[in-house]
Ligand binder design. Structure first.
Ligand SMILES: O=C1O[C@H](COP(=O)(O)O)[C@@H](O)[C@H](O)[C@H]1O
Length: 245
């Protein structure tokens, strides 16, 4: 099932996503709660919102933090997905270092993809023989990528290794990314698609044309058992205007 939530702006969209995520954390009876985070601008906006508005509304101690993808750079690099989360979320919320399971972007990429896959395999419960995250918060790039699976590496959607190495098609920067089977096995998939830079891709991602399967974010939407998608007027301008509050 695909749920599409259209909000008045990106903040409202991320608030709704965060409320639904918080409810899922509360609902889980047995601890811990396994969460995988994305990087990029949307994730950074969400981290700011979480520290401003959700510090007391989520039991952060129950959450174990993992990543959907990482750029192959050291953690202090301004491109590091972990680095952004550390600065904007873990520091302000005093998250215990033992609860943070980062991808080590400074290590040799192929070896690190294997090591991280092993860590995830050992730490998480399994369903259908694959580790199962309680929630994965994805992102979508303006080229239709999700995690660090780009249109030219769409075969990673069917890769049986839990994590693999990819490269950004423009810069060639190496990435370590979660692959399709692990993404699609999550109990909850949340996908914010926000901002004008996504306006051209959103109709394709949300439509039923077979070409959407060629875009990694479209592939996930097509194959997910259940996914919640959050848009704003920038990314989804075809929506009728919402009434005033
Ligand atoms: O490179 C990345 O981009 C996507 C989308 O990021 P955004 O800046 O458009 O929000 C993100 O989901 C991914 O984790 C990140 O590494």
């Amino acid at each position: 099932m695909t749920n599409i939530f259209s909000s008045r702006d990106s903040r409202e969209a991320l608030e709704l996503l965060s409320e639904q995520f918080a409810m899922q954390v509360r609902r889980k009876k047995e601890e811990p709660f396994f969460l995988a985070l994305s990087g990029g601008e949307t994730a950074q906006q969400m981290f700011r919102l979480w520290t401003e508005r959700f510090s007391g509304r989520i039991d952060w101690d129950t959450i174990r933090f993992y990543w959907v993808d990482e750029r192959c750079v050291p953690p202090q690099d301004s491109e590091s997905n972990y680095g952004h989360a550390h600065e904007l979320l873990f520091g302000p919320l005093n998250i215990l270092p033992a609860h943070i399971h980062r991808i080590q972007g400074e290590e040799e990429p192929a070896a690190e993809a294997v090591r991280y896959a092993q860590e995830v395999r050992e730490e998480l419960p399994h369903r259908h023989g694959i580790p199962r995250f309680d929630a994965i918060i994805l992102g979508a790039g303006s080229d239709g990528h999700t995690a660090s699976i780009f249109p030219d590496s769409i075969s990673l959607m069917a890769d049986q290794n839990l994590f693999a190495v990819s490269a950004h098609p423009g810069s060639g920067q190496k990435r370590i990314t979660m692959t399709g089977p692990l993404i699609l096995n999550a109990a909850m998939l949340l996908l914010p698609i926000l901002g004008k830079s996504k306006a051209h891709i959103t109709p394709l991602l949300l439509g039923n044309a077979p070409e959407r399967e060629l875009l990694p974010a479209g592939y996930v939407i097509s194959h997910a058992r259940h996914i919640s998608i959050y848009t704003d007027p920038g990314s989804h301008p075809l929506q009728p205007p919402l009434p005033d509050k």
